[in-house]
Design a protein around this ligand. Structure first.
Ligand code: MN
Ligand code: MN
Length: 458
């Protein structure tokens, strides 16, 4: 009898047929993250995936029965999708929850300035970034603007190779002597992260002719004026596409894999359910995780309770309290974790860390220091999830985020746990998380999808 536990890599255990499936899935996943670069675009993609697979909007259904597939869009930036199960909702739900917001640069309300004959957009970063990674790389501009009539204008520039892109100009090393002496956390001043938007003059303009020319171009193309930026949500994200990384193409590099790798897997697992599940299955695709899950598009919003109340009403169980539903529900908090980076082994407790390529990662707890702010899964539930994955031959590993007191992090797990749901973190290990080019193993990416499918099937 083998008493020792040994971590194994996924690749060595897969058949030729399975390896093909990994590449097929990886290709489709990369296509998804190439298009879905903001939460708005993710929701758009999700709707088309759901509708192509027989889901309709919840408000189109007066009543719900087993096998019905519906979704609920919350302010264009988050969504809940469900397949109604055979059992009553009060027997509990099977929930998988992921987030679709990623670190990026947002425009300020009055972003456009002209300095030294260059027109610039002033930005404010969103989420936890290492600022230097965003300098001197091609950026794309995505977002929505509302004009004075309340009409929505969609902007998307920089993804098509025929489009121009944008960039923030870093300081040349020749003149960076003083800058390089400053502390690493301070050496990029966030007020100096201005995106370059142009250098040509409007010949008729009396002052700030470059800014005037940009305003003219924006008006010609989109019909927007300077004031309209105050009622917009425009973000700059890396303009490059996801690609395989390594001579063996074993890794996937791309922007926004935290947490679109889990969001995509969650959606795929839900839409591909072949049989009507016993328990009602729910995919949560939420916004604002990167800034603390605050606001009405975040997991903390009571809009999720509102969604559950609607499900109860439409399944004829309006007398059941949503608290009873939560008490019997089980969830995977589908978010990424840190994989061991061979150049920075010292931040990980290797035996308790997730290895790139060793399968989907289960994390019993996160938080920081003495498990502060962590949702610590109950041992009984950990056992249940491990047994389920064993039953479905899902290749998984167990890890923690990093050494104790090295830092820390959280997910949406605690929010559902606070409602009474059994929750555990389960997602893909990432290298260079929150960078402009995050890395995952295509085998872990595939196993994440397999894990979520197993969880929904139960
Ligand atoms: Mn995340
Ligand atoms: Mn994150």
């Amino acid at each position: 009898m083998e008493l020792k536990y040994e971590k194994k890599d996924v690749y060595s255990t897969l058949s030729e047929k399975e390896l093909k499936k990994v590449d097929e899935y990886a290709k489709q996943y990369m296509e998804f993250i190439n298009v879905a670069k903001t939460e708005y675009l993710c929701v758009e993609q999700a709707i088309s995936m759901l509708e192509a697979n027989g889901f309709c909007s919840l408000d189109q259904k007066q009543a719900l029965k087993a096998g019905d597939k519906v979704y609920f869009i919350n302010k264009e930036k988050s969504l809940f999708a469900t397949v109604i199960g055979k059992e009553s909702l009060k027997e509990g739900l099977r929930i998988i929850g992921a987030h679709i917001d990623s670190p990026r640069l947002d425009l300020k309300p009055f972003p456009l300035v002209e300095r030294d004959q260059i027109a610039l957009f002033k930005t404010q970063y969103y989420g936890g970034i290492k600022k230097y990674q965003w300098l001197s790389i091609p950026l794309a501009m995505h977002g929505v603007v509302y004009n004075e009539k309340g009409e929505k204008i969609v902007i998307s520039i920089g993804e098509d190779p025929k489009d121009p892109c944008f960039t923030i100009a870093d300081l040349l090393p020749h003149l960076a002597k003083d800058q390089l002496k400053t502390e690493a956390s301070k050496f990029i001043n966030p007020e100096k992260m201005s995106v370059i938007v142009g250098n040509m003059k409007d010949k008729e303009a009396k002052e700030n002719p470059v800014k005037a020319n940009i305003l003219k171009l924006l008006y010609e193309k989109y019909g927007i004026k300077e004031i309209d930026f105050a009622r917009s949500e425009i973000s700059f994200v890396p303009a490059f596409k996801a690609r395989y990384v390594g001579l063996d193409s074993s890794l996937i590099g791309g922007y926004g894999q935290d947490d679109r790798v889990c969001s995509y897997a969650t959606l795929r697992a839900l839409i591909e359910l072949k049989k009507v599940p016993e328990k009602t299955c729910i995919a949560l695709i939420v916004d604002k995780e990167e800034i603390g899950s605050i606001g009405n598009t975040s997991m903390n919003s009571r809009i999720f309770d509102f969604f559950i109340l609607q499900l109860l009403q439409k399944t004829g169980e309006e007398k059941v309290s949503e608290l009873e539903v939560y008490y019997h529900s089980k969830m995977l908090s589908a978010d990424v974790t840190a994989g061991v980076n061979p150049d920075y082994e010292e931040v990980h407790d290797i035996q308790n860390a997730s290895m790139i390529g060793s399968g989907v990662s289960i994390e019993k707890y996160g938080g920081s220091g003495g498990k502060y702010n962590s949702s610590d899964a109950n041992a009984k539930y950990v056992a249940e999830v491990m047994n389920l994955f064993d039953k479905y031959h899902v290749h998984y590993q167990l890890g923690t985020l990093g050494k104790v007191e090295m830092g820390g992090g959280g997910t949406i797990a605690y929010i559902l746990a606070n409602k009474g749901v059994e929750v555990i973190d389960c997602g893909t290990a990432v290298l260079a998380m929150h960078s402009t080019f995050e890395l995952t193993s295509k085998f872990d990416v595939y196993m994440t999808y397999q894990a979520y499918s197993a969880f929904f099937q139960g």
